[in-house]
Write a protein that binds this ligand. Structure first.
Ligand code: XMP
Length: 325
């Protein structure tokens, strides 16, 4: 019968048979799917696996550290970190159009991943070729075979770890038979960090599509701090499992007048976008208790000096998408 321990044992055996003594590569995104897939493969073939984490600088507070430190400690995977924050900031310099941002981030990601990949293949310390690439494909993706969240014709989705076009690797897909909740159970069984196992959906282009306006390091820092507060308060209120996700969006080109102490401020608004959903195809805005909204608003305006207004998005999907870009 179905237990996460059985699933792991079966996959470990299958992976060993498939891979033999060849080397394997896996892109980590910070998300649960790639993390669990890599952890199973690591259990099966140990250091034959090398993971690549492209730090594009668009993750939320603490997420890069979670991969680089906590995940490595929990799993023992061999990890190569590509610090590509400069590359992404430069490529995004002055860009405000949502689709252009998405395309740039997707393109730069593949370039960065391929560069890291080439280094690993070239180094090949064991002399064995790198022949396999791990993908965190889930059962629903296999069934839909369109893959992903189905909104691809509305927004060009970018999934971190997505396949380069000229793929010369065979795929290892240890999650192909699993649903999301099963992946989480397997992740917990493997001892992955709790925050990673229960992470809500987060888009591949990250905070790059939650800054309305051009992306700069300063704006990313503002948004990271506001987002961390919102997540912290929603967690404290026990709402994590009721809410599908709650993007926090920085309206970087909008300013409004405020007052703080004796002083006039002229700062930026952030938008809270809490949504309830089954599959992200449709969504309703979540009726977060006023108390919790008040805590979030007070804390953000007190702790993030550049933000002087917090607004709530009360639009369902459709007509609004979940992300603002
Ligand atoms: P939208 O904004 O289209 O979002 O209503 C639906 C769901 O998809 C997530 N999302 C993405 N996920 N790569 C991803 O992996 C992307 O490019 C991307 N864009 C949106 C979004 O967070 C929501 O859960």
């Amino acid at each position: 019968d179905w237990t996460s321990a059985n699933v792991i044992d079966e996959q470990v055996e299958r992976i060993r048979a498939q891979v033999g003594s060849a080397r394997v590569i896996c892109g980590l995104s910070g998300g649960v799917d790639s993390a669990v897939a890599a952890a199973i493969v690591q259990k099966a073939v140990g250091d034959q696996l090398t993971c690549v984490f492209v730090d594009h600088g668009l993750l939320r507070e603490g997420e890069a550290e979670q991969v680089e430190r906590d995940y490595v400690a929990a799993t023992g995977v061999r990890l190569v970190v590509a610090d590509e924050r400069e590359r992404f900031l430069e490529a995004l310099d002055g860009v405000t159009d949502p689709e252009t941002k998405r395309k740039i981030i997707g393109r730069e990601f593949i370039r960065a991943f391929e560069a890291a990949e080439r280094d690993i293949v070239a180094a090949a310390p064991e002399g064995e070729p790198v022949r396999f690439l791990v993908q965190g494909t889930l059962y629903p993706d296999v069934v839909e075979s369109g893959g992903g969240e189905g909104a691809a014709n509305i927004k060009s989705h970018h999934n971190v770890g997505g396949l380069p076009e000229d793929l010369e690797f065979e795929l290892v897909e240890p999650l192909r038979t699993l649903f999301k909740d099963e992946v989480r159970a397997v992740g917990a069984e493997l001892g992955l960090p709790e925050d990673m196992v229960w992470r809500q959906p987060f888009p591949g282009p990250g905070l790059g599509i939650r800054i309305i306006g051009a992306v700069t390091e300063e704006r990313l820092e503002i948004l990271r701090r506001a987002d961390a507060i919102a997540r912290d308060e929603l967690t404290k209120a026990g709402l994590d499992r009721d809410i599908w996700q709650c993007p926090v969006v920085l309206l970087a080109d909008v300013r409004s007048v405020g007052v703080q102490g004796d002083g006039r401020t002229y700062g930026h608004p952030v938008v809270l976008r809490p949504v309830s959903s089954e599959d992200a195809m449709t969504a309703d805005w979540t009726r977060v208790p006023y108390e919790t909204l008040a805590h979030i608003s007070n804390r953000i305006t007190n702790e993030v000096a550049e933000v002087n207004r917090v607004v709530l998005d009360v639009t369902s999907k459709p007509p609004g998408t979940i992300e603002w870009e």
